[in-house]
Design a protein around this ligand. Structure first.
Ligand code: MLT
Length: 324
């Protein structure tokens, strides 16, 4: 009898503590892990939504940049983090390409995470150092084919959006280029500006300022339509490479097993942040928009992740690009 009473007491205190945790969440600062260097496009998007999310949740949101292996290093760490709602991950299209690119991935994006909601779908821009010889996309294709052994392409590692975009570009022109991997396109942009590397496909959230300032050359945007913030930049279709289109969708994740009440609370804070006028305005200045409210839900994000993994698998397998 005494054992049963003790077990009931233990169970009561266990479930009370969980209930208490949900009700008091968040009772400490929340960390959002960004899987690329500070100053890059993923970092930019995260910092823009972190402030209104923190206001909604009543807690500070701390950004932790954990770069490496095209975003898979950080993803693997967050997958194994305590599912208490205090360690989240902001990641992008790389979450859907990693399962095909990496044969020894130490996590399953569809199993090891709780999806919290989609955030934004960022256009990409094909840019070069400002004194790079070609001035148009067609001139670039001709130049790159003729100088493929000397042109250097920068990306943020296998699995990064800049890697994927570069792969699509090189496939489209049937030419492989020497590639230099960085821990993010923030530091890669530094070397584009210094002229140490030639070419990069990067998100408009990281290139708009340099394009508008004439600090880099821009050849095209990878979207079906021109961007409102870069109206003079042609689309890849207009510039003569119609099959070369890609957008970088971003989503917020928690480790699997995170309490559904906490998932719902964070997802609601994300939805609120995406309706924040300052977020909408800044996203527009950078060439993107928040997703519609019904896309910033755990369910919509989970479904989209599955679709994207299925979409990119055959494309990557055909390209024959893999990481060990
Ligand atoms: C990438 O995928 O290229 C990354 O988003 C770059 C970055 O955020 O630094």
């Amino acid at each position: 009898m005494k054992t049963a009473a003790l077990l009931c007491a233990a169970a009561f205190s266990f479930f009370t503590s969980i209930a208490g945790a949900q009700e008091t969440y968040p009772s400490q600062p929340i960390t959002i892990v960004v899987p690329f260097s500070a100053g890059g496009p993923t970092d930019t998007v995260t910092r823009l939504i972190a402030e209104p999310m923190g206001r909604e949740l009543g807690q500070q949101i701390v950004i932790s940049n954990v770069a490496g292996a095209g975003g898979t290093l950080a993803s693997g760490q967050v997958a194994k983090a305590k599912p208490d709602g205090y360690t989240l991950l902001m990641h992008h299209i790389g979450m859907s390409t990693a399962p095909t690119l990496y044969r020894n991935l130490d996590f399953d994006p569809q199993v090891d995470f709780a999806t919290l909601g989609l955030v934004t779908n960022v256009p990409m821009t094909l840019i070069a150092r400002k004194d790079f010889e070609p001035s148009t996309l067609q001139e670039l294709v001709t130049f790159v084919k003729a100088n493929k052994d000397s042109v250097v392409y920068a990306n943020a590692g296998i699995g990064a959006a800049s890697h994927l975009c570069g792969m699509l570009f090189m496939n489209a022109i049937d030419t492989a280029l020497t590639t230099v991997p960085y821990k993010g396109t923030g530091p890669a942009m530094t070397d584009i500006l210094s002229g140490d590397v030639d070419l990069m496909c990067d998100q408009s959230t990281n290139t708009t300022g340099q394009i508008k300032g004439g600090e880099v050359k821009v050849y095209a945007v990878t979207t079906p339509e021109r961007l409102g913030n870069l109206p003079d930049v042609p689309t890849t279709t207009e510039a003569g490479l119609p099959g070369f289109q890609v957008g970088v969708w971003h989503g917020l994740y928690a480790p699997k097993g995170t309490d559904p009440a906490i998932v719902a609370k964070v997802s609601k804070a994300l939805q609120t942040a995406l309706k924040d006028p300052k977020v909408i305005e800044r996203f527009a200045e950078l060439g993107t928009t928040p997703v519609a409210e019904d896309q910033a839900t755990p369910e919509a994000h989970k479904a989209y992740l599955a679709e994207q993994i299925a979409l990119w698998k055959p494309i990557i397998e055909k390209a024959g690009v893999f990481a060990d």
